[in-house]
Design a protein around this ligand. Sequence first.
Ligand code: HEM
Ligand SMILES: [Cu+2]
Length: 606
Amino acid sequence: MSSITNKDAAGLAHGKAHGGGGHHSGDDHEHHSYLHPKPTILATIKDWATTIDHKKIGVMYLFAILFMFFLGGMAALTVRAELWFPTTVDPKTGVVSGQFLQMFMTGDGKDWSKANKFYNQMMTLHGLIMVFLVIVPSVPASLGNFLLPLMIGAKDVAFPRLNLASWYVYLTGSLLAIFVVLLGGVDTGWTFYTPYSTTTDNEYHKVTWMVASAFILGFSSIFTGLNFVVTVHKLRAPGMGWFDMPLFVWGIYGTAIIQVLATPVIGITLALMVFETTFNVGIFDPRLGGDPVLFQHFFWFYSHPVVYVMILPGMAIVNELVAVGCRKKIFGYRAVAFSTLAIAGISFVVWGHHLFTSEGEVAAVIFSALTFLVAIPSAVKIFNWIATLYKGSINLNTPTLYALAFLWLFSIGGLTGLFLGALSVDLHLHDTYFIVAHFHYVMMGGTIIAFIGGIHLWWPKMFGKMYSEFWARIGWFFVFVGFNVTFFPQFVMGTRGMPRRYANYVDEFQLYHQISTVGAFLLLIGFLVHLLTFIQSLVAGKKALPNPYGALTLEWTNAASPPIEHNFDHEPVVTHGPYDYDDVIPPQTPPGEFALPKPSARPIEH
Ligand code: HEM
Ligand SMILES: [Cu+2]
């Protein structure tokens, strides 16, 4: 795998120049960038709307997901604004103060129920959007779609039409969710726990529609997962064995397996819920002879594995950020690859840790023990990345800064997961802000942070333009600081008993809530800086070279920036591993730069 000489590598880079005819009929349009517009605007729109090109589908997902992220973020800011003041009721007049949402909900100053309901709706909206419309599809559907075929040297995914179907299913599910918001929104929380969700106000069947939306989105997830599993098995370029795949591909592969196996469970659960409310059959409702805790079991049997659908792609990105950031071989490649599969496997047997307070004692003890198992493969990854970075000559550009942020934030998130996995501790912390802080550190501090890092790393590849490194770092700074200011105080509040999901609170928590709200607005600034930086790049960015970082994976070494319609002008033949920085000069790099691999001491090995 690492037997290639530098001469071969140079040959690979120049292959493009010599290889005219061959199996390609010299058909000109094949050599256009995939972004090349059609002659008229209408034709271009039609081209994108009916495309089966994985790159275009990936880009459409990317913009849709970022738009949803914006909507979900607005809901979060509303929630944080409401929590600026504790609510107080004047004992004499009955006038309520301290409710931000009161301002536009009711006039007389006494009825706060509407404001509280609106708060619940905003909180639910935030959770539903962020989980089902943003994080679950985020990395696989956008970057995964764009990069997976490029990284394994394929022309497209295995089932390009299924891929397009998956995009339209996602679009349908998202539009349905937005439609429900226009109907007035739901207040069930993203978990749809029964019996509340089957008894709360269901005007215009909006709870049912929202459930249907999650159901539909599940299919999009299954389609994408199936597609990726087959693609990885069948379409690897000649010479690419399983252990020559970039670790990003391993991560997406592990994710795809969970998506395919776990998603049907939530589909069935939601279908049963609708079945119950429509036909009055007792499944979850005790009045009809059902069992509400059964819902929790079903829900978490899906949703715990799905938290790994959320984190594995984040980890997948971090592999590439770390490797490119210090241009070193990933320490312990196989351990990292296998830990991905271990996480995928273990994720199916720990769901009971969400039910410590509602399941039987024996079950709780068993689930507590099993939960600790997940920490092992997660820690393997963290240690391997740190070992890779150790003594490397690290390029502290924005993607690498995001990798470092991930390592720090995910470690806090994962370790606090262990607190929660300890049964006796969780009985105290369950349903407090500690939980909110935990899952934001893993979901946002982990996945979203890695996602933004990944967008920065592959931006030049996707759009063929460079962005302002200076402004990207400013954005990173605000995001990193804002994130910690928002969520760290929530750990403290949680341990002191602040329950989650409440619009009101006692005065002693005010300072924590206010710090947290300030943090949320710092985050907003960070994201706006990133947005403007990217717009600037699209409009006036410097043209990107094929391989600006001197990386070794195929999307950099063998494809243009942006790639041509069919990805490669020659089917790549893999002659070196994805991280063989010691033996290979990266092809397609800017002349003069990266002439020799930078010297970097390796820890432990060699
Ligand atoms: C690395 C090891 C991890 C462990 C040991 C762990 C453990 C736990 C435990 C025990 C709970 C239940 C707490 C309670 O409700 O009382 C919990 C909640 C949660 N965790 Fe983790 N976790 C880990 C990683 C993750 C990751 C990677 C994610 C997502 C990317 C995640 C997302 C969540 C969510 C969303 C909840 C609560 C959801 C809710 O109640 O609304 N966790 N975690
Ligand atoms: Cu869990």
